[in-house]
Design a binder for this molecule. Structure first.
Ligand SMILES: [Zn+2]
Ligand SMILES: [Zn+2]
Length: 365
């Protein structure tokens, strides 16, 4: 099979590798789509976790099961499944308390296990029991299912900070994650959604935030938000940008007893911020983080997508072949696209049955 392999930092190569066998206690899946994650782009430039090399990347996967181990009762050949990366240990203090996203021995598809930038993926027993493999709802396309993992962490974040009916929400960041936060905040009943944008304004515009403000002039943008929230500030501020620079601004645009959530990591050498502790103290502001999702995260996302509250087609702008993985990453970085999917069968002469050159897999989608 063909696979895009992370050889080393900024070196991904497409190679012909042996098709994996169905592992004992596991399943073998024909990959239909694999999303390129913002995390993949970071890892391409900075390296995979634990210094892993020579690995097939990718963890936002949707495909069809072509083989199952006899011990698997949950799935059968032909089932359509979506996958997410995290595999928890089931043994540590956090796992015992059901907090699988905080597992101390957490592993990932595309890092510790071969990922989805390939035509096939084998999921071993460990992934089947401690990871995320969910059936794709009948009416959902593989494309949309491959987008579910991206949605899962955003949905979990807003559950955690409890974005609710009537809330004024500010989202700092106009990238793919910011746009998803916008849609989910709206679905949860937020009243006024204000987005602070910079370089992807044109893409963000299509999601129709109530107010889209250019954050180039931070002071002017801050003033405008206070005007829009009766001088009080927003109920909730979501930081959806990989930088600490805007954290201080968040404190100035959130109301007393409001909540700020730091969503997504920042580069390791730029992780220290200086927050005005008096603002946190006197205004009783809650500053928190949100990472990954609970055991139901992927199925929550699949049902949100299936119900139509997230407009997946507006997020997915490009489908590229394995050979164009790096090009796809560049599209995300430059803001040309919000979400890019890889179709590992695209532009490939050895096509499986029922694959239409123009439309991709046409069966059961
Ligand atoms: Zn991801
Ligand atoms: Zn654990």
């Amino acid at each position: 099979m063909r696979a895009a392999i992370f050889k080393d930092i900024e070196d991904i190569r497409v190679e012909e590798v042996p098709q994996p066998k169905c592992p004992e206690g596991g399943i073998l899946v024909e990959v239909h789509y694999c999303g390129i994650c913002g995390g993949d782009v970071r890892n391409y430039h900075n390296g995979l976790k634990d210094g892993v090399k020579n690995q097939i990347m990718g963890h936002e996967i949707a495909g069809k099961i072509i083989e199952v181990s006899p011990s698997i009762t949950r799935f059968k050949v032909g089932d359509r499944v979506a996958m997410a990366p995290d595999v928890s240990c089931g043994e540590c203090w956090y796992c015992k308390r059901g907090l699988v996203n905080l597992c101390e021995n957490h592993k990932m598809l595309g890092t510790h296990f071969p990922g989805g930038y390939a035509q096939f993926i084998a999921l071993p027993d460990e992934v089947m029991t401690r990871g995320f493999v969910e059936p794709i709802p009948e009416s959902m396309t593989y494309k949309h299912a491959a987008f579910a993992e991206t949605c899962a962490a955003v949905i979990a974040c807003q559950k955690r900070i409890d974005v609710s009916l009537g809330d004024d929400v500010v989202i700092i960041g106009d990238g793919p994650v910011g746009c998803l936060h916008l849609e989910i905040a709206r679905a949860r009943g937020a009243k006024k959604i204000i987005m602070l944008a910079r370089d992807k304004i044109k893409l963000a515009e299509r999601f129709r935030p109530d107010y889209l403000i250019d954050n180039l002039d931070v002071n002017a943008a801050t003033k405008r938000i206070l005007e829009l929230t009766d001088g009080r500030g927003a109920d909730i501020v979501i930081l959806a940008l990989p930088t600490v620079v805007v954290q201080d601004q968040a404190l100035r645009i959130v109301r007393k007893r409001g909540k700020i959530v730091i969503y997504g990591g920042v580069p390791k050498d730029k992780e220290i911020s200086q927050l005005n502790s008096n603002l946190i103290h006197y205004n009783e502001i809650e500053v928190t983080g949100s990472f990954s999702y609970s055991a139901t995260g992927l199925s929550d996302a699949l049902s949100a997508l299936n119900s139509g509250v997230i407009h997946a087609d507006m997020h997915i702008n490009e489908v590229v072949s394995l050979d164009d993985v790096v090009k796809g990453m560049e599209m995300i970085q430059t803001g040309k696209a919000l979400k890019v999917l890889i179709d590992p069968w695209k532009d490939n002469p050895a096509l499986p049955e029922k694959y239409d050159i123009k439309k991709g897999f046409t069966c059961t989608r």
